[in-house]
Design a protein around this ligand. Sequence first.
Ligand code: ADP
Length: 454
Amino acid sequence: MAAQLSFESLKQSVNDGIIDTVLVCLVDMQGRLMGKRFQAQNFINHSWKETHCCNYLLATDIEMATPEGFASTSWESGYGDYVMRPDMDTLRLLPWLEGTAMVLCDLLDHHTHQDVPHSPRAILKKQIADLATHGWVANMATELEFFLFEGRYKKIAKTGFRKLTPISDYNEDYHILQTTKEECVMRPLRNHLTAAGVPVENSKGEAETGQEELNIRYSDALCCADNHTIAKHATKEIAWQQGYAASFIAKWHHDKVGSASHIHQSLWTTDGKAVFADESAKHGMSETMRHYVAGLIKYAPDYTYFLAPYVNSYKRFAKGTFAPTKIAWSVDNRTAGFRLCGDGEAVRIECRIGGSDLNPYLAQAAQMAAGIAGINEKLELAEQTRGNIYSDDSCPDIPTNLRDAISCLQSSTMLRSSFGDDVVDHYVRAGQWEQEDYDRVVTDYEVARGFERA
Ligand code: ADP
C-alpha cells in the first residue's frame, strides 16, 4: 500500500507548521491503538526508525491488568521492552485531530529484532505470507457496527452504565431521516477517514435503536485490518468530540440486538484474477473457493475465540437477531454463519459470526488459516443449508460460551500448526483470564435475583 502521507510530505508539513504531533502506535491484543505522541520534529530526526514500549502491552487484559501465566513476559522477567518499528506505508494525517499524523508499528523482540510472534500484525502477516506461497492474496472487508449513546464516556460511567440513552428512539435500519439527525458524528467520521486514506464506502443506520454501520471498501488483508483499527478508533474519538459515546461492545443489553463485524473474504492472484470465481460452476464458486469455505466451516469452533473474545461476546449469538447461532453456509441467507454473496468476480464468502469486539488482525488470520487448511486438505463443501437456519437442528452450534471456545482453541491442531504453539498458548491464556475474572465477580443480576429470595 502506498502511504497516504510520504515521509517527505511529513517533513514539509512539519517545516510549514501544519503538523506538530505524530502518534506512533501499535495494535494490542484487544485491537486497540497504544503508543506515544511524538513531537513531530523528534519523530523525523530520530524515532521514525524505531522506538520502544513495555512488553506488557501484549499481555494485559482490557483493564491493563497484568495476569500471570504468559510465557512471553511476567513480573519474574521484569516486563522488558519491545521495539516498535514504524511501518512507514501506514503514515497518514489524522484530520480530526489538529496538527496530527500517525503511523502504525510492527513489534520486534528487543534483542533479536525478530517479529514478536503473538503480536496481531505479525500473526496476520504470517498468514499473508502462507497465502503468497500459493501465488494468492486475500481481499477482505470487515464491517463495523456500533452504538451511539448520548453523553460522553465519563458521564455514562458515573451513572454506573445505567443511564444509557441511544442516539435514536427507534430501529434505524436504512433510515435516512433518523441518520440525518446523526450526521454531526457520522459525516465527519466518513470525511475524516476518507482524508486519512481509509476508503469509506458508506455509513447506514442499523437494525436497533442507536445502532450504526460503517462500511469500508475491501482491500488486502493487512490494509483491511489497519483500516478497521483506525476507523474504530476514529469513531470513538469523533463521537467523543461531538459529545456522544460510541460502543463496540458486542451486546450492551440482553433485549437489544448486538453489534457484529462481518468479514467478507475472497482470494485473488497477484495479477488480479478472482480465484474464487468460476461462472461455469454451481453458484459461481470455483473448486478452490469450495475448499476454502469447507475449511472455514470445519474449523469454525477452533477459531471462534478470535471472533468472540469476551464473556459478553457470546450473548450476541441469539436467534432472530441477525446474529448467527449455527455453523452452516447458505446463498444470500442472513440466518447462516456463512453467507455466499456476490456473483461473477465479486463472489465472496461473508462470515457473520464475529462481533464488533473482535480484533481484525486475529480474526482474519484465523479465518485465512482455516481456509488455507481447507484448500490444502481439499475438503469437500456440503450442500448449502436453506431456510431459517436458527431452527435447523441438523447444523452444529457455534460455541455458546467463552469457556467452550477456549477449549476448542486449546485443542486446535490446525491453529497450532498454522500459528505455532506459543501463539495459541498465549491467546488461550488471555481467554482463560477473561473467564477467571468474570467467574470471580458477583454481578448485579445475581444480587437482584438472590438477595431476598435465595
Ligand atoms: P452487504 O451490505 O450485502 O453485506 P455490501 O455490498 O455492502 O454487502 O459489501 C459489504 C462489504 O463487502 C464491503 O465492505 C465491500 O467492500 C466488500 N466486498 C465487496 N466485494 C468484495 C470481495 N470481492 N472480497 C471481499 N470483500 C468484498
